[in-house]
Design a protein around this ligand. Structure first.
Ligand SMILES: [Zn+2]
Length: 318
């Protein structure tokens, strides 16, 4: 079956910063699972391209400076490849995304460290940020990380409230359980986990408990399946492992609340992705696998892309 694939988590700007000799829009290359060529070949129509600048991660520059630099890199990429890539800013733009291109880009800020004050958020929205995770693994002024006692702070609570005003979706991937609960306690709005798997099958702290998966679904959100072996079955991970995680979530919450959030190139090389997935061009194989396990076409299409489109439809301006 042919449907538009949406990848809810690709660290494109991070990969460009880390490998200056690499061109995302150049020919597909072995050391990267990401490329425009593979995205087109794989039937992608929409990508959540991350802005990743937690305090202390990059040796030079503040989180704010690094985030500006990453959005500038995306701007440059979109300008140079305007026929293939464009920024999604409205519900109407979502309708322009096509399987294989043009590919829409929405930005996801992984860790709110670059947001210097809640008032700043509107400026990031103007630059295309529509999803924000309050913290990455390390804490910041909005939310504690895994190694400190605090979870969502008073500033973090204000940030989540302001995200609703600015129509920005909270991303709860990376949050420790207390922070997850705190974000959900702010209001009853939609949340996503852009790149997390099921703890029931892989007991890693980055994965979600069944109750967390249900809580996200109750708010009409989704969980993006992440293709990093450490969150699957280690070196033994294959596409079948990925399908197992998806099927587990389907039994919990049905086909409306599962999507893809590959995280490819996000600090790991393609060999750390499950066997059978060498690049984003292979995301469609997840759909083929689900069909092979007897899932109906409509559900497969939702998981491969339709659910992300629905979630963004609900929050983007007209
Ligand atoms: Zn991440």
């Amino acid at each position: 079956m042919d449907c538009m694939i949406v990848d809810g988590h690709q660290d494109i700007a991070m990969a460009i910063l880390e490998d200056a000799s690499w061109d995302f829009a150049g020919p597909a290359c072995e050391r990267h699972a990401l490329s425009l060529a593979d995205a087109k070949r794989g039937g992608l129509g929409l990508i959540l391209g991350t802005v990743f600048a937690p305090q202390g991660y990059w040796p030079e520059g503040t989180p704010y400076e690094l985030a500006v630099r990453q959005i500038d890199l995306y701007d440059d990429l979109l300008k140079r490849h305007a026929a293939d890539l464009f920024r999604v800013e409205s519900k109407g733009d979502l309708g322009l995304c096509q399987s294989g291109g043009p590919i829409g880009i929405v930005h996801l800020m992984e860790g709110a460290d670059p947001i210097r004050s809640t008032r700043d958020l509107a400026r990031w929205v103007e630059r295309g940020v529509r999803v924000v995770g309050p913290a990455w693994n390390t804490g910041n002024r909005y939310c504690g990380g895994w190694d400190d006692a605090k979870s969502l702070t008073a500033d973090g609570r204000r940030l989540v409230e302001h995200m609703r005003t600015c129509r920005v979706i909270p991303d709860v991937s990376h949050l420790k359980p207390a922070a997850f609960d705190d974000v959900l306690s702010v209001d009853d709005g939609l949340v996503v986990a852009s790149h997390s798997n099921a703890q029931a099958l892989a007991p890693h702290r980055r994965n979600l408990s069944d109750n967390q998966i249900r809580a996200i679904a109750e708010r009409d959100g989704l969980v993006g399946i992440v293709l990093y072996n450490e969150f699957l079955a280690g070196e033994a991970s294959t596409i079948e492992t990925v399908l197992d995680h998806i099927e587990h979530m389907l039994t919990l919450v049905g086909p409306e609340h599962v999507g893809l959030g590959s995280d490819l190139d996000g600090g790991f090389t393609p060999e750390k992705a499950p066997a059978g997935i060498d690049s984003v061009a292979d995301l469609r194989r997840i759909g083929e696998g689900l069909s092979g396990r007897g899932l109906d076409d409509a559900s497969v299409a939702k998981i491969l892309g339709g659910n992300w489109v629905r979630v963004l439809q609900r929050t983007l301006p007209t």
